[in-house]
Design a protein around this ligand. Structure first.
Ligand SMILES: *Cc1c(COP(=O)(O)O)cnc(C)c1O
Length: 370
């Protein structure tokens, strides 16, 4: 891969194509596929990823908020977009941008109906979210009568899909709980379909769900985010998936620190003997939070582990390169195909999702597709 001269997030769209095809291979050919591109496509480049997914043939896209969907529409994305967590204050913009809401409560359903009526819509596509145990967003079984009445009384809207979300799809110890959620979802979706008099699409599985419950719960559509970006269930790189994002930087300066000297703010690292350190132009403002400092994470320099020492600064980190053959200007790998983001994250007690979505907009993005 080409050398970088500054902190850069390289995004390999061909890796995403590979992941898309792999995830599709786990489901039936006629099962629809929704690609989740919320949070700047998991911290990458929302427009580039959405365009690629559109080319690959994804049936649906999903974002968390209306503003994210607006960005996609402005970039010319035509694929239907589900907004997972719409707020009533954005309903007008939502309809103007042809974004489809997840309706998750009586309150939000009523307010969306008002907005659809005010904008004189007919059969505007909406999605009904059931809470089956995550206890985050969603209707309960006892709301089904209310939902059906609203849709019978208002032809401004039409239910395109019914969905729910698993709480622990990656955890084999929670299999019974997940199967219970699937059961509850089947009950709710069929009761609603019966009352509506038509059968909306059903979907429940996220990436780990596709890997672990494809035979129990793939229904008519699945939703994948993290898998598209190359991460699955494991701390190790899933051999079937290819990480899309590579975060690289360079060495700005090298120091020799004498015995007893300290490194960084608050002097949290003290050199025991002579220590060689490298200062890197990436800090918490770029997404490397303070939890990664003080030895909790390391970067790779010329194939060798270099642990972060001292506190993470806003624009810089210092790493220990004692015994590492390196010089100023050398390339540094934070994560990528050779070094899983999950692995980088786990040292600090967090997960790939968090480090990926944390990479701030200050970091230059380079998109390749080869
Ligand atoms: C973010 C999200 C997903 C994607 O989950 P992954 O584990 O990244 O595949 C799917 N469904 C809902 C409701 C989500 O919020």
């Amino acid at each position: 891969m080409d050398k970088v001269g500054e902190t850069t997030l390289v995004l390999d769209l061909s890796a995403m194509g590979h992941n898309y095809r792999y995830l599709r291979s786990k489901i039936a050919p006629n099962t629809k596929f929704l690609g989740v591109v919320k949070a700047f496509a998991y911290g990458s480049d929302m427009v580039a990823i959405a365009k690629k997914l559109e080319t690959l043939g994804a049936d649906y896209l999903a974002v968390a908020y209306v503003s994210e969907g607006g960005l996609l529409r402005n970039a010319g994305i035509k694929t239907p977009i589900l907004v997972l967590h719409p707020l009533a204050s954005n309903f007008e913009e939502m309809i103007d941008c042809c974004l489809e809401p997840s309706l998750y409560s009586q309150n939000i359903l009523t307010q969306f109906l008002d907005a659809a009526r005010a904008k004189k819509q007919v059969a505007y596509p909406v999605h009904i979210k059931f809470n089956t145990g995550l206890n985050r967003l969603g209707f309960r079984e006892h709301d089904i009568g209310f939902i059906a009445e609203q849709f019978k009384a208002h032809d401004e809207v039409k239910v395109i899909s019914v969905f729910s979300h698993l709480a622990a799809s990656e955890d084999p110890n929670e299999r019974m709980f997940s199967l219970g959620q699937i059961d509850t979802f089947k009950k709710c979706s069929s009761a609603l379909a019966q009352k509506l008099g038509y059968a909306p699409l059903r979907h429940m599985l996220n990436t780990s769900g596709i890997i672990n419950y494809a035979s129990e719960a793939q229904f008519e559509m699945v939703r994948s985010g993290i898998g598209l970006y190359g991460y699955g269930n494991d701390a190790l790189i899933d051999p079937n998936l290819r990480p899309v994002a590579t975060l690289k930087t360079i060495i700005s300066q090298i120091h020799e620190i004498g015995d007893g000297e300290t490194v960084g703010y608050n002097r949290t690292f003290t050199s025991g003997s002579t220590t060689k350190t490298a200062t890197l132009p990436i800090g918490h403002a770029d997404g490397i939070g303070r939890q990664y400092g003080r030895g909790k994470a390391s970067v790779l320099i010329n194939g060798k582990e270099a642990p972060l020492i001292g506190n993470v600064c806003m624009d810089m980190i210092m790493v220990d390169v004692t015994g590492v053959d390196c010089k100023e200007g050398d390339e540094v790998l934070v994560f990528g195909p050779q070094r899983s983001a999950e692995n980088f994250a786990s040292g600090a007690g967090t997960i790939s999702y968090e480090i990926l979505t944390a990479i701030s907009q200050r970091v230059k993005r380079v998109v390749i597709d080869r």
